[in-house]
Design a protein around this ligand. Structure first.
Ligand code: FAD
Length: 509
């Protein structure tokens, strides 16, 4: 469905003739992309009996982040937490502007717990011995309430090999299991285009490290798990322009989210969900912690109600048109920050901690401030005037904003932006401190239209035989925005849909 105004990325390449391939490999299930959704699908399909090949453009699997969110699990239960899936679904739909596919959201809410049990069983095996916990960080305010459900995986085989902990622990366990199940991994092998024969997608063409072209043919199905389009500025401009307005793109590793799967699907007739695609944007340009006291931009003025969660803060900062803004607080932060946590909190409000651990540590927070002071992303001064100078913001604008802010705190009412009275905490104890916060793109989370069996749909909403999509290459989960109602829901849903599709393809497709 090439749209007239889209760039050259949408132009289909010439299909390859059979004699152009140096080799044709056969498999039952071909998974393209070894990120969290692809690895989950490949592992589950192999575990349930399929012959699986994983094709990955980079030198190893891709794993990042910490939080894997699902609505319920035995681990949550152990902490006495049981969420209501129907209430969760309703809230999700509301926050996604009614533009998400409710069937997918229901699948995630109701089948995510089963997928999580599968994961918990894997990582708890003695040879892996991954420590599991629930993240204690969630925003507590009513308007943007988040639920507990982000699972943490720590200090397992990845950490023991000197590599990052968190989500990589899960993928390392899957990888080791797949090696035992004879899954074929084709690393450094970028899929170039899909192969379609008599209407069915039967495989993919890829370029090997030595430049030769190979084909991998899959009898049961070809799964696109190629991640998002965030790293591709041209595609973002056409499909998700907001992604290009963030101050930085932190998608990692570089090159993993170039929209290859989106393009390949489009070229064989797939439809996209409505644009603009939703984005995951967090305040990660400098150091993450942002609190909720006073945000000012370069004219020294406030521009938002700071009492909200991280995605909303980031989106508001983008609206200012500035690369970053300043979060201003004072020397009483060791008492003032904890006082805000029962009302707000959540990821990057202050530091993060697993549930059951101390929710706030002065030492940890001090270390963050010290790092900022050293790098220049945090400044400190004895007077508001001096602080304005160090921030490089308009002096009169800032001093009058601070005076007005403190006055409103004393009156217990935010006349300008309506922040809750409980959070109207004055900033009046020098030295004053200010920290830069800026919006970073983590992922674009929109893509090809799929049905609840993860089958890729064409313009007539008919499945394209043989082709499936999961993770960020697939659309329908989010609609307009990344809903932080459950931290870690991107990886959680990618893992869930990978598990469900792997189960189906393992049984025969
Ligand atoms: C720094 C950071 C932290 C994050 N933390 C969290 C978190 O804690 N919780 C959370 O839920 N989300 C988090 N996210 C978002 C999350 O990582 C992604 O949304 C999620 O991993 C997407 O999974 P995926 O399987 O769709 O894609 P990916 O994990 O991006 O995997 C896609 C894979 O496909 C490969 N690929 C692409 N094109 C081709 C091709 N042509 N041929 C072969 N292979 C190809 C890529 O190299 C990559 O390995 C974070 C993102 C970032 C950047």
């Amino acid at each position: 469905m090439k749209k007239n105004n889209w760039g050259h990325w949408a132009d289909p390449p010439k299909a390859h003739a059979p004699e152009e391939f140096s080799e044709i490999l056969e498999t039952e299930v071909l998974v393209i992309g070894a990120g969290v959704s692809g690895m989950s699908c490949a592992y589950r399909a192999a575990q349930t009996g399929a012959k699986v090949t994983v094709m990955e453009k980079l030198g190893t699997y891709t794993a990042r982040g910490f939080n894997i969110g699902v609505v319920n699990s035995s681990l949550l239960e152990k902490h006495g937490i049981r969420n209501d899936p129907d209430a969760f679904i309703r809230e999700w739909i509301k926050r996604c502007g009614n533009r998400c596919d409710e069937r997918l959201v229901r699948l995630f809410a109701y089948r995510g717990p089963e997928a999580m049990e599968w994961l918990l069983e894997l990582v708890s095996r003695p040879e892996y011995n991954v420590r599991t916990a629930i993240s204690g960080s969630r925003y507590m305010g009513e308007t943007y309430r988040e639920i507990y459900g982000a699972h943490l995986f720590l200090n397992g085989p990845s950490a023991r090999q000197g590599r990052p902990t968190g989500v990589p622990e899960v993928l390392e366990c899957m990888y080791q299991e797949m090696r035992k199940l004879d899954v074929r991994f084709l690393f450094n092998t970028p899929m170039e285009q899909l192969i379609r024969e008599n209407g069915r997608v039967t495989g993919a063409a890829a370029v090997q490290a030595d430049g030769t072209l190979i084909a991998v043919k899959a009898s049961r199905g070809v799964v696109l798990a190629t991640g998002g389009i965030g790293g591709n500025d041209e595609m973002c401009e056409d499909l998700s322009p907001l992604a290009n307005r963030t101050s930085v793109k932190v998608s990692a590793p570089k090159g993993s989210d170039m929209g290859d799967g989106h393009r390949a699907a489009l070229w064989v007739g797939a439809s996209f969900e409505d644009t603009p695609f939703p984005t995951m944007i967090h305040p990660q340009l400098y150091f993450h912690c942002s609190y909720c006291f006073l945000f000012v931009k370069s004219d020294g003025r406030r521009f938002m109600n700071e009492d909200t969660y991280l995605q909303a803060k980031s989106l508001n900062i983008i609206q200012t048109g500035e690369k970053y803004v300043w979060s201003v607080f004072d020397s009483d932060w060791p008492e003032k920050i904890p006082a805000t946590l029962p009302y707000g909190g959540g990821i990057f409000w202050g530091q993060e901690n697993p549930l059951g651990m101390e929710q706030f540590s002065v030492e940890k927070e001090q270390a963050v401030i010290d790092r900022g002071l050293k790098s220049g992303s945090t400044v400190m001064a004895d007077t508001p005037e001096e602080l304005a100078e160090k921030m490089g913001v308009d002096r009169d604008g800032f001093t009058s904003t601070l005076a007005r802010y403190n006055e409103m705190c004393r009156n217990g009412h935010d006349d300008d932006f309506g922040r809750r009275p409980e959070l109207m905490i004055p900033i009046d104890r020098p030295p004053y401190i200010a920290r830069k916060i800026g919006p970073a793109l983590l992922a674009v989370v929109g893509g090809v239209t799929v049905d609840p069996d993860m089958r890729v749909l064409d313009e007539n909403r008919e499945p394209i035989p043989g082709l499936y999509a999961i993770g960020n290459v697939a659309g329908g989960r989010y609609g307009v925005d990344y809903p932080m109602i459950l931290p870690g829901n991107s990886i959680g849903s990618g893992m869930t849909f990978g598990y469900l599709l792997g189960s189906a393809l393992g049984r025969g497709g």
